[in-house]
Ligand binder design. Sequence first.
Ligand code: DON
Length: 561
Amino acid sequence: MKKYFVLLIVLYNFTFAQFTDINIVKEIHAQKKGLVVSAHPLASEAGAKFMKMGGNAYDAVIATQYALAVVYPQAGNIAGGGFLVGVKNNGEKFTIDFRETAPEKSSKDMYLDQKGNPNTDLSQNGRLAVGVPGSIAGFFATLKYAKLPMEKLIQPAIDLAEKGFSITQREANLLNSQMQNFSNHNKTRTVFQRSTPWKQGDLLIQKDLAETLKVIQKNGAKGFYEGKIAQLIVNEMKRGNGIITLNDLKNYKVVERKPLTFNYKGNEIVAMPLPSSGGILLAQMLQMSAFEKIEKYQQNSTGAVQVMVEAERRSFADRAEYMGDPDFINDKTQMLISEDYLKNRWKSYNNLKATPSSEVGKIIPQPKESTETTHISIIDKEGNAVAVTTTLNGLYGSKVVVTDGGFLLNNEMDDFSIKPGVPNMFGAVGGDANSIKPGKRMLSSMTPTIVMKNNKPFLIVGTPGGTTIPTSVYQAIVNILDFKLSPNMAVNLPKFHHQWLPESVMVEKNFPETTISDLQKMNYKIERVTQIGRTELILVDENGNAIAVADGRGDDSVAVE
Ligand code: DON
């Protein structure tokens, strides 16, 4: 006999507009019920609703992504890209790579001036920063795993765009912070701009976006990649220095890739292969910290953080040297995650002091920047699981809204290495493996991950955060498997991050001061930041009892079917 119980922890609720209530729910425990965790309550609810109507996790993830494109414009999108990792209840594992590609008119040195100096403003802002979008193709590729028709799954997004929804305080603040950028990068006034500041509870109505979604509803993926919407994108390119053509859009293709799978202490980790660096980094970091028996330490203690930081340092040095689109490079994945290679890499580890970054890779100067992307974790009552991370790259992407289309374009081109050694907006450096070539996918850090125990999904996890993504997912997994923390603590306790360059260790506010001062004594430089990532995690035990946790760092929210 199946028993259902649902425990809700509702952190706050506000109702300002007649159309939508915003209920942010941070944790739900449920047995054999569908659960969705995403960055926004209305998007999680859109997904959960379809599981109630007979859909599965893959129906839910499509509906949630469409809804995020409306209610979470900073990162949710129809003109960005992402990665999906799925495990079906029959054990089938799959990934969908809907990463953007470099346009056919792109070239290796397109962001360099005549003197060979890089112009990161061009790779990060405006029309030239846009990669050929993959999201809509990704949603349609997911449909073969779903049960319900696309016409239905897109409807909640259309309603939210047409009727509007009340924005949260966080959304109001973010929109207000970008007014100048929106006006700098758009020729016509966008729906996000207004003369008085946005405030919590204001209604955001997006009529043009609703019309675009209706064209997709009627004409399918072609409705986006060909015809009127494609023409609107190309027209937008011509309003400035954009280079995406109708051909680029028509030729965009998702790639279904074999997941990167590896064993970690008896659990099977199912992760994203290249062109995301996430899976490889995770495999490297987990194996290296296992050499030091990480489970014997306490979470965020000096010993644990030192081991994990050193594992992160070595993995990120490899990221810069070896990783890129596997269809364009000599793919070294198997070498990079092999035990022999990692043992050798770990030889320089010294438990008394920091290893200088120059000793683990060729040094190049750096700064760094901030973050926007979004992650969704879903389980359904039949045991199908899905993890998706999707992005426009920066906050509101390129800041360009397609005129009459109402949707934001990504600035994903910045994830290429625009010149060897020049850091991208996350401070990541790279070389030839990640140089620009027409049709190539830019290297990513997104790490949607499913951890399997006894051949069943045990953890479904992911986060935004640029280069902090793999290290946050790594910490979430170690927090649960090794430090035996609850899902809530695994997600919400302060995190840290290291990426080889810059040399410093990033720590979140409230990080234990004793650990910080111990690390400083061992020659670690510390950089304090307000927050790292927003992790969405579902844990399912062997009896089907599930705990879903939405990160406390944002408006992230869980919904149950
Ligand atoms: O693919 C990547 O690695 C980046 N474009 C992700 C950007 C991101 O996570 C921003 N996040 N908050």
